[in-house]
Design a binder for this molecule. Structure first.
Ligand SMILES: Nc1nc2c(c(=O)[nH]1)N[C@H]1C(S)=C(S)[C@@H](COP(=O)(O)O)O[C@H]1N2
Ligand SMILES: [Mo]
Length: 441
């Protein structure tokens, strides 16, 4: 709104003025919606009514109708105009399914995301080494807890559902969620994380049921398929907040997410979240499993950067390959998360990191869950770089790649490969013509 407009608006009780104003506003609305259906067109058409008196869509109406199918009614299908899909990860990696029907790594379309819940059908997928998704009949599946316990347990899925449940928002992120200058968009740079509302039984509830022996220190979780997803996890973490989850976003887990039951290890690398969970063994030491290969690192320092996800964030709009139509007002929006707890603050820079401004949250931050942040931004049309950084509730701050290189005492190059998990700041470059590209390129 220009200054002339706002001065006129400030004049009190001027009828003439308010008429002018509403005409101007209409004009503006019309301009903003140019190209879409003119307002009032639906009302003017000679509408037909069904026997309940409801308006029947017909050729005179503004929109065509969806011809009903059984599947649209029984389970629900999105609009054919919504095209967002998962894609293989990384670029040049194996497609899923491959020619044999195996599933590998598949990234979630974060560039199209709104809010914090990833739709189950778009949740990222990872199989440790590529595998066929098992087609498990929940009536035949059981979960066994044994090892250093007083009373080993074997539970059917019905048994599991009789225990008191919890429902919590948690992200999962694959250790392979790394960014470099060659990835054009945020699906490639950050799409190996997703956030769902998970429902299940706290592992501590089941451990109390079995009675853990005094020398128990670790547990190994194992999946039912050939990959097994077996990992050693400290028992303290199991007692603290691990969930034996059977629900995702209000319904049963998807097969891609481990139907009928998976382990949730909030804030820890994706690899620990064993899918198709069939066995938990309580043990007295770290056991070397097939899955532990990912944690063999050259030195202690690098090893220490594994397991728990650090504070991380990424701007999803505007992000790589998107196009700003021109200078003016935008809402920068993105996702932030941390394995250290709830996100405390997100800061956004729109000038390549000189100044940082505090972003607002669109939902209350929760422990080990994505939070949606946003910052209003007036783009003046000049070339710039935008980026975000996350500070979590235990005070950890997401670092720039340059800062990380400094810590490791290696030369600072823009596309420096971060050791361990990559939670470095992601820059997006805005060109004069509004084109958005990878700032690490
Ligand atoms: N049984 C089993 N569990 C598994 C895996 C697997 O291959 N098999 N992959 C792990 C890896 S590497 C990740 S990142 C997460 C991914 O969970 P998602 O596919 O639900 O996103 O599951 C973990 N759990
Ligand atoms: Mo992973």
């Amino acid at each position: 709104m220009d200054t002339k407009d706002s001065k006129q608006e400030a004049k009190p009780d001027s009828r003439q003025n308010s008429k002018q104003k509403s005409r101007r506003d209409l004009f503006k609305t019309g301009a903003a919606l140019a190209g879409s259906v003119a307002l009032g067109a639906v009302g003017k058409a000679q509408a037909q009514h069904d026997h309940h008196g409801a308006v029947m869509p017909d050729s005179k109406n503004a929109y065509p109708m969806i011809h009903g199918s059984k599947e649209q009614i029984e389970y629900g299908v999105r609009s054919k105009f919504v095209k967002s899909v998962r894609v293989q990860h990384p670029i040049g990696g194996r497609p899923s399914p491959d020619v044999f029907g195996k599933v590998f790594h598949v990234a979630s379309p974060l560039q199209d995301s709104v809010g914090v819940i990833t739709p189950s059908s778009l949740h990222y997928i990872a199989t440790t080494r590529g595998s066929f998704l098992p087609d498990i009949d929940p009536a035949k599946h059981t979960l066994t807890i044994h090892g250093l316990v007083d009373r080993p347990l074997t539970l059917t899925m019905d048994d599991l559902r009789r225990f008191p449940s919890v429902t919590r928002l948690h992200f999962i992120e694959c250790a392979g969620n790394r960014h470099n200058g060659k990835q054009p968009n945020v699906q490639d740079t950050h799409g190996m994380t997703s956030c769902s509302e998970w429902t299940g039984v706290l592992m501590s509830t089941l451990l109390k049921e079995c009675g853990v022996k005094g020398n128990a220190k670790w547990f190994v979780a194992e999946g039912a398929e050939e990959i097994k997803g077996a990992s050693s996890i400290p028992l303290d973490k199991g007692m603290e907040d691990c969930i034996i989850a059977y629900g995702q976003n209000g319904e049963a887990l998807r097969p891609q997410q481990g139907f009928p039951v998976r382990l949730m290890v909030p804030g820890w690398e994706g690899i620990y979240h064993t899918k198709f969970l069939r066995r938990i063994k309580i043990v007295d030491k770290f056991l070397m499993n097939y899955n532990e290969y990912g944690h063999l690192r050259p030195g202690d320092k690098e090893l220490a950067l594994g397991e728990i996800i650090g504070p991380k964030s990424v701007i999803t709009f505007p992000s790589g390959t998107q196009q700003l139509p021109g200078p003016g007002l935008y809402e920068i929006s993105g996702l932030a998360w941390s394995g250290g707890g709830a996100v405390k603050t997100v800061e956004v820079s729109t000038d390549g990191g000189k100044k940082w401004q505090r972003a607002e949250f669109k939902n209350p931050p929760q422990r080990m869950a994505h939070v949606r942040f946003a910052l209003p931004w007036k783009w003046d049309g000049s070339e710039t770089t935008i980026m975000s950084r996350c500070i979590d509730e235990i005070g950890q701050r997401q670092a720039l790649r340059e800062e990380i290189a400094g810590w490791w005492k290696v030369p600072v190059v823009r596309d420096y490969r971060v050791p361990g998990l990559d939670n470095s700041v992601m820059p997006w470059k805005i060109a004069k013509d509004g084109k958005v590209t990878n700032g690490l390129a």
